[in-house]
Design a protein around this ligand. Sequence first.
Ligand code: ADP
Ligand code: MG
Length: 490
Amino acid sequence: MDYVPTIGLEIHAELKTRTKMFCSSSNDPDEKRPNVNICPVCLAHPGTLPVINREAVRHVLRVGVALGGKLADYTEFDRKNYFYPDLPKGYQISQYEYPLVLGGELNGVTLTRVHLEEDTASSIHPEGKQNASYGAGDEGTTVIDFNRAGVPLMELVTEPVISSAAEAGAFARELQLLLRYLDASEANMEKGEMRVEANVSLGQKSKSKSQKLGTKVEIKNLNSFRAMERAVEYEIKRQKEVLERGERVVQETRGWDEGKQATFPQRSKEGSADYRYFPDPDLPALQLSELSELSRECLEAGLPELPWQRRTRYLAMGIKEEDARMLTAEPMLADFFDSVLKAIPSSVTPQMASNYTTNDLVKLIRDTKGRDSEYITDIPISARNFSIILQLIGEKKVSSRIAKDLLQESFSSDRDPAELATERSLFLGQKASDLSPIVEATLQKHAKVVEDYRAGKVSALQYLIGETMKATRGTADPNVLRELIISAIT
Ligand code: ADP
Ligand code: MG
């Protein structure tokens, strides 16, 4: 029997705002000391009142515009009631009937909605006594850090239209990139700033278009894109085996065990009715058309170039797909590359500039600087100096060998590469007459090798070219040298 996998994603992202969603406590994801960014509102003291964070609303609406979704005119916040130690109010303020954004599309996947809610506190399970800084010691104890309680959280839900783990991975990566381009979220999965839940079901293959979806299983604790892809693959295989045994898939929430590389049952899924959603009476409903700075036109005008727009622009310049992807995925590198494109003369093609950027420059950044985050955050050479090197190569003023040295040196000092080349006379273009004495001297020095070549050892020629090149300190054109040597010894 053939089964068709269907996947729908629910993705949460912590938004970058100065303060929390409903109070003036600081929203600082890097705060290490527990329970410092807190106040009576996010601790749910009785009698406190929440106030909506405009910056967070704006972030979600901007995401909605970028994704081509329909922005709400009327919107409200609802209480989602459940009890858990990390939820001090006993309810989470979220959106139910009237999300900020409906529909839209990303990477070919149709979106259901994007809404705004608040994050919960973090539950920490100190392991043994070494974690005494939390004031707990015994194993089995859970302590709560409220720094995260009330941090603005965007939730994006896709329709169940994704059909493979790879497609799900590509979608989530593109969303992360978009959030970074919009400066809406750092969206780092390892830090929990972006959290992906994958819903997976298997349907039976049928000829009719209107295929019935199978029972879905929701997978949580996915801490990386890799983990998400593996978990989805695992789950497709597991459900297939269940169905092939003639059993039924149980609707439930499963976790991902990174060590075992397997999903495991966590809890059976409660229906949405259990949450007893109702509009939060402490918050006003919003009529967004009354806020002109949140109008579609205004938000649209403020959008940067989006990742897919940038990729398309690079492709149109003749840059190969792989490079266009890599540049776009590294916003700082792409900004650098855009400055280089503006500075180079016509003797340097965009693809050549891209080669030196995505290979040589990136290698230097990795080797010398390392990476202090998931993506490039420091490029020590200026776009101007980098462009000068490209120009020297493009105009055949230095050899590609010398260009690498110039790049290395200019990378560490950010000195003008043309100046460096002049100081050390590294320019190509010595005439044959300048090179002849060097060729002569080298051939005399290596008379034995010359004999070998004459006796038929072809590889000896390469050695002679190499030695002569060294004598010119790499400034000669190897093809010119080859011809000079051959005519001198044959
Ligand atoms: P629930 O009411 O259980 O939260 P929703 O209909 O709101 O379910 O969908 C939640 C997520 O699950 C969405 O991302 C949706 O695309 C996905 N989903 C729904 N049904 C299926 C299914 N049969 N197979 C895979 N994913 C599904
Ligand atoms: Mg739902």
